[in-house]
Design a protein around this ligand. Structure first.
Ligand SMILES: Cc1ncc(COP(=O)(O)O)c(C=O)c1O
Length: 481
């Protein structure tokens, strides 16, 4: 395993505003604990040496030593003579080591903006199992996808306005696998890649691991994309790739207007940039406004751009069925298939059969999702307005979440305190890089209303506990619920 080293400068930017009114070592340990819990410092990461971090943060070496000791005692750091300190997660990450006997029960986890399994899945899997003997003879390690599933996915694109042949489709193990594969194949170390900020963090990670140098373009819940800034970014950097979510962008919920789409594609065509369009959440509309009353996949049209689309049934049907796909030209599909074998040897046959069974029911499933999402979104909007009058809560017409503005840079402090109240949420900076988005919180709307109501109660308790200001009581001063 390669150990990732975190330099003091990178850690400093991840830490953001870490001082919180306590002693320096308490505050630093609290912030490091949060960064490990929400994955911004992955397990196994080598932390900076004490002296190096102390000098970067302008604190004494004793402070850093005391911080690392605290984290070691709580199970968040393992230190070995000669090899430094590494990030770890304790067995019950929601309780301190000295409180291990009483971990928080009934924890609500809102870190995944995903819907529960659609009821059609069970019967589809049973029908798939019945078909298995017919396929078992000829199919085992399937790197490209079952022909009838590729055809059905292609037909869906065609029906949605983007004519597609089955051999322009590759079936993958979810959209994340698709993003990982495309990153490997399309990005070389040092290549410029346009990325939205905020963005879907696992895509950012995959691109980073492929060696991308990011060219950020900003997206806001209210104003979406700034077309001029976007064109300028393309012209300035001639990027190799642009990763975008033009419909119900995760996490802001914004959608690109047809005019901005056109300008994006033309800017990409001028620079020879491949546009990677992630449409995983694109069909989750609640009340899409009149101009684009139905989902139309992004296509190059007459712009001359090279467009690759990614889709998945993870967000519409169920994340536990690990099936996604890539729509690309035939030569790229061939490169992706060839590149796949070092990562995995194919997409499970049974799950593909189940998804082929589910596709004819997909419109009906999405219609039911729309009703669920509307109910949850309306209730969350109401609750947030009632409980957090100082927040800015944008109205989202679809997607998975509300990207709430907190008015103050306290997202990490709020989610850290919420954890001790049995609520896990991803702090705003999880969707950016270098500690940005401390003023935002992603509130998913994909959970049932009663779960969301209980979650908002806990969030509100955490908000009161931090006083809605930068200066909060200690993490452990809040009560476990
Ligand atoms: C925008 C976006 N793309 C891709 C994915 C990954 O989807 P899958 O579950 O199909 O791998 C997600 C899941 O959260 C997502 O939000």
């Amino acid at each position: 395993m390669t150990v990732r080293r975190l330099g003091a400068a990178s850690l400093e930017s991840l830490l953001g505003e870490w001082r919180n009114g306590g002693t320096a070592n308490e505050d630093l340990a609290d912030r490091l604990r949060l960064l490990m819990l929400d994955g911004r410092i992955p397990v196994g990461t080598r932390l900076p040496a004490e002296r190096e971090l102390a000098s970067r943060l302008a604190v004494s070496r004793t402070t850093v030593a005391a911080t690392y000791k605290r984290l070691r005692d709580d199970g968040y750091v393992a230190s070995q003579q000669g090899s430094g300190s590494e990030a770890r997660l304790p067995r019950h990450p929601f309780a301190r080591a000295d409180d291990a006997a009483s971990p928080v029960l009934d924890t609500i986890d809102l870190t995944k903006a995903a819907m529960p399994c659609a009821p059609q899945v069970g019967p589809a899997v049973l029908r798939a199992a019945e078909q298995l003997p017919r396929f078992a003879a000829d199919w085992d390690y399937d790197a490209v996808g079952l022909p009838h599933l590729r055809q059905a996915i292609a037909d869906r694109y065609t029906a949605q306005g983007l004519p597609t042949e089955a051999d322009e489709i590759m079936v993958t193990i979810g959209a994340q696998h698709a993003i990982g594969l495309l990153s490997r194949v399309l990005v070389s170390r040092g290549d410029r890649v346009v990325i939205e900020t905020p963005t879907y963090p696992h895509a950012q990670r995959a691109l980073l691991e492929a060696g991308a140098r990011f060219v950020p373009i900003s997206v806001t819940a209210e104003d979406g994309w700034d077309a001029e800034a976007l064109e300028h970014a393309f012209e300035r950097t001639s990027p190799q790739l642009a990763y975008v979510m033009p419909d119900f962008h995760n996490p802001t919920g914004a959608s690109m207007s047809p005019a901005v789409r056109d300008r994006l594609l033309r800017a990409a065509a001028r620079q020879g940039t491949t546009v990677l369009v992630d449409e995983t959440t694109a069909e989750l509309d609640i009340d899409r406004d009149g101009a684009r009353s139905r989902f139309i996949p992004v296509s190059a049209g007459d712009t001359g751009a090279s467009v690759v689309n990614i889709g998945s049934i993870g967000k519409t049907v169920w994340g536990g069925l690990r099936i996604g796909w890539i729509r690309a030209d035939r030569p790229l599909i061939a490169r992706l298939v060839a590149a796949r074998t070092s990562l995995d040897l194919g997409t499970p046959i049974l799950e593909q059969l189940a998804v082929a069974e589910l596709l004819p029911e997909l419109d009906e499933i999405i219609a039911a999702r729309r009703v669920q999402l509307r109910r949850s979104r309306d209730r969350v909007e109401e609750l947030l307005a009632e409980r957090f009058p100082s927040w800015h809560v944008p109205h989202v017409p679809g997607g998975l979440a509300i990207w709430a503005g907190l008015g103050q840079p306290v997202s990490s402090a709020l989610t850290l305190t919420a954890r001790t109240n049995g609520l896990i949420m991803a702090a705003g900076p999880w969707f950016g890089s270098d500690g940005a988005f401390e003023r935002f919180l992603r509130v998913p709307i994909t959970y049932p209303v009663d779960t969301l109501e209980r979650a908002v109660d806990r969030l509100h308790a955490a908000w009161l506990a931090i006083g809605g200001t930068r200066h909060q009581p200690r993490m452990l001063a809040t009560t476990l619920v």
